[in-house]
Ligand binder design. Structure first.
Ligand SMILES: [Zn+2]
Length: 160
């Protein structure tokens, strides 16, 4: 039987946090850094040794300071927001990230991008109904799995 990577290693007496749980907890912390008042999304990438490549969150282009009133109109600013996955993929080259965890299911465009970067496993917490990520994952053979419970989730504020 194939081992479920979301489950912790039960052969040890001490409970060890699984790699997907580890990644999701890190993505959750990253989401707390987003300055978007409407939706805060965090993401993390792990390499083939499960080492952290980097964390990212949704926001404006690096170095850009939002003018007064920028955050007031959600629809007007939406086109300018860089998704957490876009910022994350700016940190590595294709094939170097094996696992990506995001607090929200990737949108269709970001899912396509993660496939272009050859990410093998993608974990998310919150559903995103408009996304076609599940169909894209199925076609390309990418693991796309929801994780709603992980260590420290109850101790961190949940932001959406
Ligand atoms: Zn996106």
């Amino acid at each position: 039987m194939e081992k479920d990577p979301t489950q912790p290693n039960t052969s040890e007496t001490k409970r060890r946090i699984s790699v997907p749980e580890y990644a999701m907890a890190l993505a959750h912390v990253a989401s707390l850094r987003s300055e978007d008042p409407f939706r805060q999304v965090g993401a993390v990438a792990l390499d083939h040794s499960n080492r952290v490549i980097g964390t990212a969150y949704n926001g404006l282009a690096p170095g850009f300071d939002a003018p007064d009133g920028f955050w007031d109109d959600r629809d007007a600013r939406r086109r300018f927001m860089l998704h957490a996955e876009v910022n994350l993929c700016s940190l590595f080259t294709r094939g170097s990230a094996r696992v990506v965890a995001i607090t929200t299911m990737p949108c269709t465009s970001c899912m396509q991008m993660l496939c272009a970067y050859s990410v093998e496993e993608i974990y998310f917490r919150d559903d995103y109904a408009a996304s076609e990520a599940d169909q894209i994952a199925e076609l390309y053979g990418v693991r796309l799995q929801q994780i709603t419970d992980y260590p420290y989730i109850s101790e961190l504020p949940i932001v959406h």
